[in-house]
Design a binder for this molecule. Structure first.
Ligand code: SF4
Ligand code: SF4
Length: 387
């Protein structure tokens, strides 16, 4: 059931208030901003740092910033980072150990302090991705204490999508372009003859309290309708779609598909797709020592199923070929993730398509696998002996 309870309208100045109040509450506000030719996530000290007047053009293996004349703040698609950069950081020192003069060891917990985060401008697909990482890292038998501590107090302000990118396919994964639950506040940005404004919906008590502390006015039916239409129109203009088939059956029936050779001929096994994916969660730990041997550190960093070391067991990697590694990644995302965590591992954000250096497209690969499996089943039917 869609939670589309309209509560208020924020003007542009209300967005300034929002950031100020969140910071006054002691929160570290993270949101999109323009840096190095991309919309990236960074700490914001003022709403003016949002990417007002910037949009993005994306395609397989391609990302460009493009100026916009309407001054919209959230008219861009997902950038190279996702919120896991803050909740489940790429690299983190866990502890260090030092040898003392009397030959003993002292061990120091090096985990940095946990900020109280507010995430501003979370896309609906990324909101779903956070829920998926909640399940993976904090919802099962083995829990990541560091993730839980970062996530527990995080305040989430969603920005619904009205400008989908050419690599987005959240509509076909049921994770966008609108948001129904899991947020504190949800914004829908509108820039039209009635002005630049944000329709706000409240999703939690904390969201309601925050809204009461910032300048706002009651929502009018015209803005409410316009916001609904903008999100519905985005759904219709989605750049890509996953084939409308049972993906679990498809992947289960495609283990020996010829298509894996085709993708392996293109895949560089660079692992970019896993680094940018908002749900990929694998990490490894490594120890480093200084030259004296008196100081050692343990670090945790993201790992990738595209690395040969990832599946190294007793003398060699289990998945030595590019074929087996791409198949593992895609099959896990679309199929075996359900067995492990009860949902798809893909939210249709399109990042793995945009940031793949050779433009491999998970929706195109799924469609090709579907065609190959359908053809194989047709052939099997033709060759099946009559009883
Ligand atoms: S699919 Fe693309 S991004 Fe992923 S490992 Fe292969 S080349 Fe790299
Ligand atoms: S597999 Fe690709 S489209 Fe799906 S969530 Fe990961 S990066 Fe986004």
């Amino acid at each position: 059931m869609s939670q589309r309870r309209t509560t208020a309208i924020l003007e542009r100045a209300g967005l300034d208030d929002l950031v100020e109040v969140l910071r006054a509450q002691g929160r570290t506000v993270i949101g999109p901003t323009v840096r190095d030719g991309a919309v990236v996530l960074a700490e914001l000290t003022a709403a003016s740092q949002l990417p007002f007047g910037w949009g993005t053009q994306v395609e397989a293996g391609r990302y460009r910033l493009v100026p916009r004349t309407d001054g919209a703040a959230f008219a861009h698609t997902t950038g190279p980072q996702s919120w896991k950069a803050y909740l489940h950081p790429e690299r983190e020192k866990l502890w260090s150990a030092d040898r003392t003069a009397d030959g003993q060891l002292t061990v120091t917990d090096e985990r940095p302090p946990r900020p109280s985060y507010a995430f501003l401008g979370v896309r609906p697909c990324d909101l779903r991705a956070i829920a998926i990482q909640d399940r993976v890292l904090a919802g099962g038998r083995y829990r990541d204490r560091d993730y839980e501590e970062r996530r527990s107090g995080a305040f989430l302000v969603v920005a619904e999508c009205t400008e989908p990118g050419a690599t987005c396919f959240c509509a076909s994964m049921g994770s966008g372009p609108g948001a129904d639950e899991g947020f504190d506040l949800a914004l829908t940005e509108l820039v039209d003859e009635a002005g630049h404004r944000f329709l706000v919906r409240v999703g939690s008590d904390a969201g309601g309290e925050l809204l009461s502390a910032v300048a706002h006015r009651p929502a009018d039916p015209g803005t409410d309708t316009a916001a609904h239409h903008a999100v519905d129109a985005a759904r219709e203009r989605m750049g890509r779609a996953m084939p409308p088939v049972d993906l679990r059956t498809l992947m289960g029936g495609s283990l020996d598909a010829d298509r894996w050779d085709d993708v392996a001929a293109r895949c560089l096994t660079c692992g970019n797709c896993t680094m940018v994916c908002p749900t990929c969660f694998c990490t490894t730990t490594e120890e480093v020592t200084d030259l004296s041997g008196d100081h050692a550190e343990r670090w945790q960093r993201w790992d990738s199923c595209f690395d040969l070391d990832f599946s190294y067991l007793q003398g060699g990697p289990v998945r030595a070929s590019a074929r087996s590694r791409y198949r593992q990644w895609m099959t896990h995302k679309l199929s075996t993730w359900y067995e492990q965590f009860g949902s798809s591992g893909c939210v249709g954000c399109g990042r793995c398509i945009t940031w793949c250096p050779v433009g491999i497209d998970i929706t195109e690969e799924a469609a090709a696998l579907h065609d190959e499996l359908a053809e194989r089943l047709r052939q099997d039917e033709r060759t099946e002996p009559e009883r």
